[in-house]
Design a protein around this ligand. Structure first.
Ligand SMILES: Cc1cc2nc3c(=O)[nH]c(=O)nc-3n(C[C@H](O)[C@H](O)[C@H](O)COP(=O)(O)OP(=O)(O)OC[C@H]3O[C@@H](n4cnc5c(N)ncnc54)[C@H](O)[C@@H]3O)c2cc1C
Ligand code: SF4
Length: 537
């Protein structure tokens, strides 16, 4: 039986592994793979959790208040819940330094998408123009992945930006605020569409209302941010659990891969790893290896491998990420109304702005405020605490946030390189410089978003818009672009490295362009495509 070693159990790794197994390959998945704590009071709604948890402050804010966002911080409106700390905990020995970029990595079982908000948006053929194959070769895998993970939404006014695909289930029940917004959109639509080229519709999310295999449907517990105890919201660890029961699949957790070794013909032959706790070395012979450690970690692995193989590590250019801008808003129709805590917590609507170049489409995720952490919002109101709390209580049901996403392109000035120390340890240097046109692009887009909000009966309070630092969207891509032909620092259309044969990149490292959309649905589709096309029967 043919054998492939996969590195990483995130969204990319598990879907690559599933398709490779389906194609008759034996798969060994090596992973740091930190595990999640068990769900607490799994039947409880958000309000019940607050009432019935023995230590609600510890649960929601952490024993050391690590879930709290303090005044004067980075202007974020969401903190990570303390029990999700395992997802983002750094790894000893994986050193990073960055300029112009706030990198976030995960060494969890399931990776970063154990904390994602489930947004699953297909790329259009225009957005796939730089991918070196017919768009249909990737597009058909959106249906395959939706069938596996369960995606819900609708084919509506946003279909021009978010094409339909197979296995798209109807959207969840809308929360009251999202319903009001959609009603306002129907009334304001002619002007919004014509004057601002702004379209609103249902978001697409990896969450379903129906029962699926071992997963339960969404019952609107309203605790999505604190991890869905029903597994209605998809995470990659669900797929990993299913893979563990399959013949031909071996999972090796608690190991950090340090490099691959190649033969004289520059083809991979061995994977080197060490035990996370005791440092014991592990070597696996493998003629085929798939890196799915996430763009930054996979790139570091390649650079460390090239350094060991040829004595030099090049600079990888073209790092991309989506700039995100958070625009909080108040819906005047909902001031002093009761808030509905028993609702799905993440974005149920999306807002798309058409641009002359379809690849410059602007993507907004509209999240209405229900059961989130309230202190980051209260403390951002420029008044004393008592007044800010009074305003918050009266405005809670009326609050929302548009997370505006911008596209990115590969540029020489955005790069990854290695710095080595005398003891042979290496540090990954991440450098990012925004495009020269970015300030004007953000300014004109925010003007349009705020106008659109006004047409929907909302206003964006001045001074609360927050431009997130690069790196914050965690949609990293682009340093080893897939190309039909290219040099050593490119890959084939199947993600196979041109520097080391038999080494495949099945995560975002190979994307030649990054549209404004969250990329994980496309990461999974592309990983399944590579497994079928290059690891077929
Ligand atoms: C809060 C938040 C919300 C998000 N929301 C969305 C969203 O709504 N929609 C969307 O599309 N995207 C979203 N994302 C982004 C999404 O989570 C990532 O794009 C996606 O998880 C990347 O998956 P990956 O498999 O490529 O890599 P990762 O998730 O980074 O997985 C990497 C895996 O590799 C393993 N690993 C790493 N290095 C090594 C090593 N050297 N040796 C062994 N194992 C290693 C890790 O243990 C991990 O299992 C969100 C991210 C965050 C943080
Ligand atoms: S509302 Fe969120 S936490 Fe509750 S069942 Fe639905 S997805 Fe899960």
């Amino acid at each position: 039986m043919k054998h492939v070693v996969v590195v990483g159990s995130g969204a990319s790794g598990v879907h690559f592994a599933q398709s490779a197994l389906d194609n008759g390959w034996r798969v060994t998945l090596v992973d740091v793979g930190r595990t999640a704590p068990a769900a607490e009071l799994p039947q409880a709604s958000f309000a019940q959790l607050k009432r019935e948890h023995p230590d609600p402050a510890g649960y929601f804010l952490g024993q050391r208040f690590e879930g709290a966002l303090f005044p004067g911080g980075k202007g974020e409106y969401y903190g990570f819940p303390p029990h999700k700390g395992y997802i983002f905990a750094p790894l000893d020995g994986l050193a990073l330094r960055s300029r112009g970029f706030d990198p976030l990595l995960s060494f969890a079982r399931g990776g970063l998408a154990e904390a994602w908000t489930g947004g699953s948006f297909p790329f259009t053929p225009d957005e796939l123009r730089d991918f070196p194959f017919e768009p249909e070769r990737l597009v058909r895998y959106y249906g395959v992945i939706a069938g596996r993970i369960g995606v819900s939404g609708a084919v509506d006014d946003l279909a021009r930006f978010l094409p339909g695909h197979e296995h798209l289930a109807p959207g969840l029940r809308l929360d009251a605020h999202s319903e009001v917004l959609l009603g306002a959109y129907e009334r304001a639509k002619p002007r919004l569409n014509r004057e601002l080229r702004c379209f609103v519709g249902r978001s697409r999310s990896a969450v379903r209302a129906d029962e699926r295999e071992e997963r339960h449907g969404c019952t609107y517990l309203g605790r999505c941010l604190w991890s869905c105890p029903r597994e209605a919201l998809y995470t990659p660890s669900i797929t990993l659990r299913a893979l563990l029961r399959r013949e031909g699949f071996t999972y090796i957790p608690d190991h950090v891969v340090t490099r691959v070794e190649a033969d004289d013909a520059n083809r991979v032959k061995r994977v080197h790893a060490r035990h996370v706790a005791n440092g014991a070395a592990l070597e696996l012979d493998a003629p085929r290896v798939a890196f799915a450690a996430g763009t930054l970690a996979s790139s570091k692995l390649l650079l460390d491998s090239l350094l060991a193989h040829g004595g030099a590590a090049p600079t990888l250019t073209g790092l991309m990420d989506n700039r995100q801008v958070l625009v909080p808003f108040v819906n005047l129709a909902l001031l002093r109304k009761r808030v509905e805590l028993d609702s799905y917590q993440y974005h149920q609507l999306a807002l798309g702005l058409e641009r002359d170049d379809p690849r410059h489409y602007v993507h907004g995720l509209v999240t209405t405020l229900k059961s989130a952490l309230i202190h980051p919002i209260v403390q951002s109101v420029p008044l004393d605490l008592a007044s800010a709390l009074w305003i918050f209580r009266n405005a809670h049901a009326a609050l929302g946030l548009v997370n505006v996403n911008f596209h990115d392109e590969r540029r020489e000035s955005c790069s990854l390189s290695l710095e080595t120390a005398r003891d042979e340890s290496s540090t990954l240097l991440v450098r990012y410089e925004p495009a020269a046109q970015e300030p004007e692009r953000i300014r004109s887009t925010l003007r349009d978003v705020k106008r659109a909000l006004r047409q929907l009966g909302c206003f964006a309070p001045p001074g609360m818009t927050h431009v997130r630092p690069m790196g914050a969207s965690v949609h990293y891509a682009g340093v080893l672009p897939m190309q039909r032909e290219g040099g050593d620092l490119t890959t084939t259309p199947h993600g196979e490295s041109r520097a080391l044969g038999g080494l495949y990149f099945v995560d975002g490292s190979t994307f030649p362009f990054l549209p404004a959309k969250n990329l994980t649905f496309t990461l999974m589709a592309n990983a399944a495509r590579i497994a079928d096309e290059a690891f077929g029967r």
